[in-house]
Design a protein around this ligand. Structure first.
Ligand code: IMP
Length: 192
């Protein structure tokens, strides 16, 4: 069995990824690895932020690890909130305030096309590898559902008429950006 540290404190992400991974891999979130830090995301690309998180944990543990950075990119807002998705309405990282800001900005805008982008950075035997997953869709006019996290109550993936927050985790995973990037990661590891 392979053991991999996942450089995150987000329990939702851990659950989503754990549910996709077979018994060959054991994912260890930071808390379980005994690491209690909030890793900064100072860069203006998902790739650089993911790399920063994975490198920080690799330096501390010298163990194989991966991180991911995700954001919502809205066409009519020129790709915003993008890398600023967590802090779109301010440093307090409030999911509701972020959603309110997006809905207000799109209030009179017809083009509601958007996508989630996930970039995973794996550090495996001291080498860095990247995997990307994109989920296209659009922004709803109001919030729906109470599951998931972040922008899930206002994002409707292409091929569905429901917001992510109305879906079970299995259903969300069947569309999701994170699932696509994670599938590439574990296909890569299975062929190592
Ligand atoms: P992070 O910096 O990768 O942790 O994610 C940035 C922000 O994007 C999070 O705080 C959430 O608001 C949002 N986000 C990331 N993944 C998802 C998702 O799967 N659904 C909804 N929002 C997400």
């Amino acid at each position: 069995m392979y053991t991999l540290i996942f450089a995150t404190n987000n329990a939702h992400k851990v659950q989503e990824i754990q549910s996709l991974v077979g018994p060959d891999f054991k994912i260890i979130p930071l808390k379980e690895a005994g690491i209690d830090i909030d890793i900064p995301e100072p860069h203006d690309s998902f790739q650089d932020n993911a790399s920063e998180k994975a490198r920080t944990i690799f330096k501390m543990t010298k163990q194989n690890c991966f991180s991911e950075d995700t954001g919502l990119e809205i066409e009519a807002l020129n790709g915003a909130p993008g890398v600023k998705s967590a802090r779109y309405a301010g440093e307090h990282r409030d999911f509701q305030a972020n959603i309110d800001k997006v809905l207000l900005e799109l209030k009179h805008i017809e083009n509601r096309n958007a996508q989630f982008r996930t970039v995973i950075c794996l550090i495996w035997e001291n080498k860095e590898y990247f995997f990307e997953g994109i989920c296209t869709g659009h922004i709803a006019t109001e919030m729906h559902g109470a599951k998931g996290f972040g922008y899930d109550p206002i994002f409707i993936p292409t091929g569905s008429d429901k917001c992510f927050a109305e879906m079970t985790m299995v259903e969300k995973n069947s569309f999701s950006h994170r699932q696509k990037a994670v599938t590439k990661l574990f296909d890569f590891l299975r062929h190592k």
